[in-house]
Design a protein around this ligand. Structure first.
Ligand code: PHB
Length: 397
């Protein structure tokens, strides 16, 4: 400025040049960033009782990316994959490796609630974007909710709540519950008990065994002696196959109806065969849902992977759809984290389960279906609860 308070012409020229240079730099920076690959860390089980679930999630995720031209916000993708073995003790190390060594931009995982609880802590500590494509630990979208943590699946209590209501409506009076003893099973059974007892029923015994044990015989003997009106059980993957077969082999299916969250019969019907016929379950998905999006998804998945999809494939697909919504909104510039989060929070996801939006705590608000096993299909026979949202449990977002 001169004595009159005006900026001399030469100063204005320099300032203008400075702005132009800064713009050029910023522009070059953006293009460079967009030329690098987006690194996605897939931390899922590829061995053990949940191995098939990890594979289906991976397939579903990659299918959605493939349908998006193989890119995210115009950028190429590089995958980093870790087998988490559904082992919570190894989870902090596995998540840290992906974040610190591989420097992933986004973490996707996992199936097991105990592993996901550990992963979400690491993601919160490092402010890494995390999308959970299965694990339903209620706390993650409850008191532990965070701006950088999203879920494309469900929370564990949702299906228990739905089945508790259905069984109470059927005027069942007594129930026995049976589950692997960890967060997922406890919360699933907790939801069932809450809704069943609110509807006039009584849970007379809560049985459990350590994850991932499959020695069910003593529990089946006890159930036969207790003779409840219904059994509600949480098992999934390889464990669900064996449990449903053992339950039928013990001759219980005809006398004491077995019900549960849909995991009991999802992705498992080939192996369960006759033993699963007629079982009722509750879930946010059903094979035969006659929606254009589901029909297209099922055809594309079967064509690509030579096997029909299941609920886990849907959740993997939707995890990628959620990410696509976030990354497209910033044209691949992940440094605009607040805008990525906002776009994910407000996205309407065209899911094979039916379109859904996220709750304030980043969990899907979706219909819960009542399904019945018919041949190789989990057929939707009713909507058990419409637009189920998580109860508010201390999430401050
Ligand atoms: C979980 O641990 O949260 C879990 C695992 C398998 C399922 C569902 C939930 O099928």
């Amino acid at each position: 400025m001169d004595a009159t308070g005006r900026i001399p012409r030469s100063g204005m020229r320099a300032a203008a040049l400075g702005v132009a240079a800064a713009c050029a730099l910023a522009w070059t920076g953006t293009t460079l960033a967009q030329q690098t690959k987006i690194k996605i860390g897939l931390m899922l089980p590829y061995t053990g009782t949940y191995a098939a679930l990890g594979t289906a999630i991976t397939n579903g995720f990659k299918l959605a990316i493939q349908e998006n031209g193989g890119k995210l916000g115009g950028r190429e993708i590089e995958y980093f994959t870790v087998d988490d073995e559904s082992d919570p003790a190894k989870a902090p190390d596995n998540a840290n490796k992906l974040i610190k060594r591989d420097q992933v931009d986004v973490l996707v995982g996992t199936v097991h609630s105990g592993v996901a609880l550990a992963m979400s802590k690491v993601a919160r500590d490092n402010n890494t974007l995390l999308i959970i494509p299965n694990a339903g630990a209620d706390e993650i979208t409850g008191p532990l909710c965070a701006a950088n943590v999203f879920r494309s699946s469900f929370s564990n209590s949702q299906f228990g709540i739905a089945m508790g209501k259905v069984m109470a409506d059927q005027t069942k009076k007594t129930a026995v519950t049976l589950t692997w003893k960890y967060a997922a099973g406890d919360e699933s059974v907790g939801g069932f008990k809450e809704a069943f007892e609110a509807g006039g029923g009584k849970v007379v015994k809560e049985l459990s065994l350590p994850f991932p044990q499959v020695e069910f015989q003593p529990y089946l003997t006890e159930i036969a002696a207790l003779k409840p009106d219904v059994v509600y059980a949480f098992f999934a993957g390889g464990g669900a196959v064996k449990f449903v077969k053992d339950y039928a082999a013990a001759g219980l299916t005809k006398t004491i109806p077995l019900v549960g969250p849909g995991f009991l019969t999802d992705g498992t019907l080939d192996a369960q065969g006759e033993s699963a016929q007629g079982l009722l379950t509750t879930l946010h998905y059903g094979d035969g849902l006659n929606l254009p999006k589901n029909n297209a998804f099922r055809a594309a998945y079967a064509k690509t992977f030579s096997t029909p999809p299941d609920v886990y494939a849907v959740q993997g697909y939707d995890a990628a759809q959620l990410l696509i919504a976030g990354v497209n909104a910033v044209k691949g510039d992940l440094s605009k984290r607040a805008d990525v989060v906002k776009a994910m929070e407000t996205a309407k996801i065209e899911s094979p389960r039916g379109a859904f939006a996220l709750s304030k705590s980043h969990n899907p608000i979706h219909d819960i279906y009542l399904r019945k096993v018919d041949g190789k299909e989990n057929k939707v026979i009713a909507v058990a609860i419409k637009n189920l949202n998580d109860p508010p449990r201390g999430c401050k977002l």
